[in-house]
Design a protein around this ligand. Structure first.
Ligand code: NAP
Length: 276
């Protein structure tokens, strides 16, 4: 459970009756049983959306849906493995059947890569990461677009990574999957803008979640403004921007939310110049 869960509960109760940025909208969020996906589901609900919480992990997904409902919001949990076409098709159909539409699709679920040099990776390693991280985005988009076309438009948000823009050693399948998401997002935007469908992706840096907790303390973060890793809420707020009318003229873009971490990679210095 996130440290800030209680904060969200309080906010949803307080905001009852006020206008939210997503009032009347329906959002389908994958990987919403944990970390960034959960924080986004809670924030979207706080802003008035009905949320379909999708995850392969029933305990986490049901907990997210319960937290939303306990706070006066509307949510359902859908168990789905996003790497499997039949699961994704059913996930989309269940959401559309339950709420009548899908205004926002957030393809967020993903996994880390096995850590190994390329020559030591197996075909199974590659397929697992690419299917979970990249094929899932294709499948979610493929099955949701007909719903969006029927209702006259929609918004698609995908989770990429700063590792999709620059390579990190020994996680090549992860980097390739995230780079693929960045271009697939542009392709979606190019093909469907004329149908009032916007598609954008978020490139998070290092965010404290169950996925990163085991190794995050070993990452040097002292050049980011807060001097530490980001929180799931930092990404949830970026997703809210992309999901709302605030980003009405934004599509095909990759929004980097990394505390400035990737800004330094472009100019690696062997030594720091003397400080003036
Ligand atoms: P997280 O807390 O581990 O949440 C990911 C959720 O997605 C988990 O509930 C996980 O279930 C679920 N999931 C994994 N594979 C799935 C599948 N095949 N079908 C359905 N659900 C699945 O991690 P997170 O950091 O919040 O979010 C992960 C996403 O953010 C990934 O796309 C990742 O690449 C991206 N991201 C994270 C960071 C970061 O620093 N945290 C940075 C850049 C990008 P299990 O618990 O069963 O695995």
């Amino acid at each position: 459970m996130l440290l800030s869960d209680n904060l969200y509960v309080t906010r949803i109760e307080q905001s009852a009756g006020e206008m939210g940025k997503l009032d009347g909208k329906v959002a389908l969020i994958t990987g919403a049983g944990s970390g960034i996906g959960r924080a986004t589901a809670l924030l979207f609900a706080e802003e008035g959306a009905k949320v379909a919480v999708a995850d392969r992990a029933p305990a986490g997904g049901q907990e997210t849906a319960r937290m939303i409902k306990d706070s006066g919001g509307e949510a359902i949990f859908i168990k789905a493995d996003v790497s499997k076409a039949a699961d994704v098709e059913r996930m989309v159909k269940t959401t559309a059947d339950t709420y009548g539409r899908i205004d926002i699709l957030y393809n967020h679920a993903g996994i880390n890569s096995p850590i190994a040099p390329i020559a030591e990776l197996t075909e199974e390693d590659w397929d697992l990461v690419l299917n979970t991280n990249l094929k899932s985005v294709f499948l979610g988009t493929k099955y949701t677009i007909p719903v969006m076309l029927k209702q006259g438009g929609g918004i698609i948000i995908n989770t990429a990574s700063i590792m999709g823009m620059c390579a990190q050693t020994y996680i090549s399948p992860y980097c390739a999957s995230k780079a693929g998401i960045i271009l697939f997002t542009k392709a979606t935007s190019v093909e469907y803008s004329k149908h009032n469908i916007r598609a954008n992706c978020i490139c998070p840096g290092f965010i404290t979640t169950p996925m990163t907790e085991p190794w995050l303390p070993s990452v040097q973060m002292d050049h980011t403004p807060p001097g530490k890793a980001g929180q799931p809420e930092n990404i949830a707020k970026a997703a809210l921007y992309l999901a709302s009318d605030d980003s009405a003229y934004v599509t095909g873009s990759s929004l980097v939310v990394d505390g400035g971490y990737s800004a330094e990679w472009a100019v690696p210095l062997k030594e720091s110049p003397a400080q003036g």
